[in-house]
Design a protein around this ligand. Structure first.
Ligand code: SAM
Length: 272
């Protein structure tokens, strides 16, 4: 009589940071976007980037492969995620590229301002962990001090009425499902609790692989704070929708005109 061999559940064999990078990040697109916008607005190529809330520093590792003078500094509080980034993203670079990336375990609210960057990016809404007005203002002021005279801060943001509701959005990716759950939203404080879960074809799951407690900041509030922090201008680049199908496109348009879609997504480009 044979015994049924028990396979290890897929959820126990995967690496959550690899799944996150695959499901959530697209530094190729984002670095192209930032490079193009920077060149258009500043008439020169950016070379020196700081990646705030860098996590695994995927964008930093890619930035230094794009030009032999590009440098990147990644800043994150979490030693484990930085070590993963060193081992999996930085270590795979050529030695000359590796020399141009450094990862710092620091708080973005206290990281030094003595070195100036062409641009700073804080993406995937990470700065929404700063829930108080004075904290976000202080962050923007520090970033401004860390930028060269014609430097730019790139942020992203989302909103729309669906952002004020709880719910789960699932995407099927190669070999796994990515689930974004907005578990709760308080319309008075604008605080929300979100989770990322991963599901696999053998029905095993990585529930709450990532957890985020954020304040849903409005674009107008963010832009007011950027102005208060001394940025000379801020521009919205909103994701375009296909007029026929209403599907979101990989195209971001510089405009303040926004229809009351259920959800909008965009970048905020703040000029020092
Ligand atoms: C949503 S992840 C962002 C990962 C990646 N940058 C991305 O775009 O997908 C947020 C990261 O911010 C880090 N973090 C949270 N508060 C921070 C702070 N005050 N200073 C620096 N890093 C912080 C966390 O450790 C976490 O790695």
């Amino acid at each position: 009589m044979g015994t049924k061999s028990k396979r290890q559940p897929i959820a126990e064999t995967v690496d959550r940071h690899r799944l996150y990078q695959h499901a959530v990040q697209c530094p190729e697109f984002e670095l192209d976007f930032m490079n193009t916008v920077f060149k258009a607005r500043r008439k020169r190529a950016p070379r020196h980037m700081r990646e705030d809330f860098c996590g695994t520093a995927l964008a930093s590792a890619q930035w230094v492969t794009r030009h032999r003078e590009n440098t990147a500094v990644g800043v994150d509080l979490d030693a484990d995620v930085l070590a993963w980034g060193e081992d999996n993203n930085v270590a795979t670079l050529k030695p000359a590229q590796r020399k141009r990336v450094s990862l710092k375990r620091e708080n973005v609210l206290s990281t030094g301002t003595e070195v100036q960057f062409d641009f700073v990016q804080a993406l995937n809404f990470s700065y929404w962990i700063l829930m108080e007005r004075k904290q976000l203002l202080s962050y923007f002021k520090r970033v401004r001090k860390s930028l060269v005279d014609d430097g730019i801060l790139f942020l992203d943001a989302f909103g729309g009425y669906a952002a004020h509701q709880s719910g789960t959005e699932t995407r099927e990716l190669d070999g796994f499902n990515y689930e974004w759950e907005q578990a709760s939203f308080n319309p008075v404080t604008n605080l929300m609790q979100c989770y990322i879960h991963f599901g696999f074809k053998d029905k095993s799951r990585l529930d709450r692989a990532y957890s985020y407690r954020w304040r849903l900041w409005g674009a107008a509030e963010i832009r007011d704070l950027l102005s208060e922090a001394g940025f000379s201008a801020s521009h919205m680049y909103l994701q375009a929708f296909d007029p026929e199908t209403d599907e979101p496109l990989d195209d971001y348009i510089c405009t303040d005109e926004c229809e009351d879609h259920a959800c909008w997504l965009g970048y905020i480009v703040a000029l020092r």
